[in-house]
Every structure is written in structure tokens, then in C-alpha cells.
Design a protein around this ligand. Structure first.
Ligand code: SF4
Length: 242
């Protein structure tokens, strides 16, 4: 089969985006928040943790420390205990308190709304900044997490596993107005259908535009040949050791 041209890939990306919209019209950010500050803190806490678990701990955290100033001056040990269920709680406590301190002292108590400024905050990398920009400020953004990486690799819409490169490639295929909702839908799709182990390709709304099921099928005969070879070799090896 001849390689896909850029124009063909752009058309396929458009079909995929439309199929995702039809399948998951209500997909949203799964983190609970009432302000950019709450979303920033929740997103930092969501590293290596489910959004559900984060949503269980943040109401009490924000009730006790509702502003950047309050969180910046809180006893570190108390923050650690409150966020402990999210894992890596010592590093996360330092990160959220450090970010709160920077927001309180350098940004007048308001979360900055630019990628450049967000990246200066402790614990904030590009994915977190994109979540905040896209969901708290309405700035088109493509946060690339583990679901975005896996789904796009299987769809053949990226040639890289570097999140920054994936973000750049997707920007070529999709208009800015589509970025944030598209990312929500892909992440949701990665959670409910294109899961890491045993993706549900038979029920997938993207199956007609995804090369992965065919690639998996064509890989199967060679795997079968290898196991057949191993099976044939086993009696000979046993007889040598007998
Ligand atoms: S067809 Fe399978 S691999 Fe492709 S996106 Fe759907 S679930 Fe994922």
C-alpha cells in the first residue's frame, strides 16, 4: 500500500475528529474546579493519579486553603496529609505550595494565562499548562498525556512519542477551535475504548480510519510461525537433554 500523503492524512484526521465528536459529544475535563487556581492545583495533583481520586481530595483542600496566599503559607505537613491519597504527596505538596507562592508573589494572586508564564511555576510542565489554558482560560490547547500518545500512535497520526512533537503534529491537522474539545474526546476514548491492553477495536467508532487492527492482524501470522517453530524445536531439545 502506498504511504499516506499529507492531504490524505489531513482528511483522515478530520474524519476522526468528527467521529469522536459524534461518539463523545459531552466529553469534558474530568477534574472538578471553580477557578484557574483550583484547576492548576488539581492538574498538578493528577500526575500518576486518577482524576476521580483527585476530585475526592481537592474539596477539603480548597475549603481549608481557598487562595494562593493561604496555600503558600500553609504548614507543609498539613498539605501533605490532605493530598496523600493522590500519591507522590511529598513532591506534589512542595510543587503546589511553590506554585501558590509564585502566583501570590509574582502574579498578584492570579494564575497567569500564558504558556510562557505558566511554565515558570514549580510542578508545571507543558501538559499541565495546556490543561489550564484550554479549560480555565478558553485558549485553544492540546494537552498530550498518556492517552493522547497511545491513541495517536495507534491511529498513525503521529510519528513521535515526544509530547511536544505530537502537539505540533496535531496542530497541523486540526483547526485551533477544535483543539481543546478534541483532546477531551481523545482522552475519553483512551479511557473507555482504546485502552492500553486489549483495545476494543470491534466496537470502536474510529475503526474504519485506524490502521492498528489491520497491522495487528498482519503481525499475527509471524508470531504464530515463531511459536510453531518453538513447539517443533522443543522435542529435539528435550531429546538432547534426555
Ligand atoms: S480501532 Fe482499536 S486501536 Fe484504533 S483507535 Fe479504535 S480501539 Fe484504538
Amino acid at each position: 500500500m502506498s504511504p499516506e500523503t499529507p492531504a490524505e492524512r489531513r482528511r483522515r484526521a478530520g474524519r476522526i475528529a468528527r467521529a469522536l465528536e459524534a461518539a463523545y459529544p459531552e466529553a469534558r475535563c474530568a477534574l472538578a474546579f471553580r477557578s484557574p487556581f483550583e484547576l492548576l492545583i488539581a492538574t498538578i495533583l493528577s500526575a500518576q493519579c486518577t482524576d476521580k481520586k483527585v476530585n475526592e481530595v481537592t474539596p477539603a483542600l480548597f475549603a481549608r486553603y481557598p487562595t494562593p496566599e493561604a496555600l503558600a503559607t500553609a504548614p507543609l505537613a498539613d498539605i501533605e496529609q490532605r493530598i496523600r491519597p493522590t500519591g507522590f504527596y511529598r513532591q506534589k505538596a512542595r510543587a503546589i505550595q511553590g506554585s501558590a507562592h509564585e502566583i501570590a508573589t509574582r502574579f498578584g494572586g492570579r494564575v497567569p494565562d500564558s504558556m510562557e508564564a505558566l511554565l515558570t511555576l514549580p510542578g508545571v510542565a507543558r501538559k499541565t499548562a495546556n490543561v489550564v489554558l484550554g479549560n480555565a482560560f478558553g485558549v485553544p490547547a492540546l494537552p498530550v498525556d498518556t492517552h493522547m500518545k497511545r491513541v495517536h500512535a495507534r491511529l498513525g497520526l503521529t510519528t513521535s512519542d515526544d509530547p511536544v512533537r505530537i502537539e505540533q503534529e496535531l496542530m497541523e491537522w486540526l483547526p485551533p477551535s477544535a483543539w481543546t474539545p478534541y483532546a477531551h474526546r481523545v482522552i475519553h476514548h483512551g479511557r473507555v475504548c482504546c485502552v492500553a491492553h486489549e483495545p476494543r477495536c470491534d466496537a470502536c467508532p474510529l475503526a474504519t480510519d485506524c490502521p492498528w487492527p489491520r497491522a495487528r492482524e498482519s503481525a499475527r501470522p509471524s508470531a504464530s510461525r515463531k511459536s510453531a517453530r518453538r513447539a517443533r524445536a522443543a522435542p529435539a531439545a528435550r531429546s538432547r537433554h534426555a
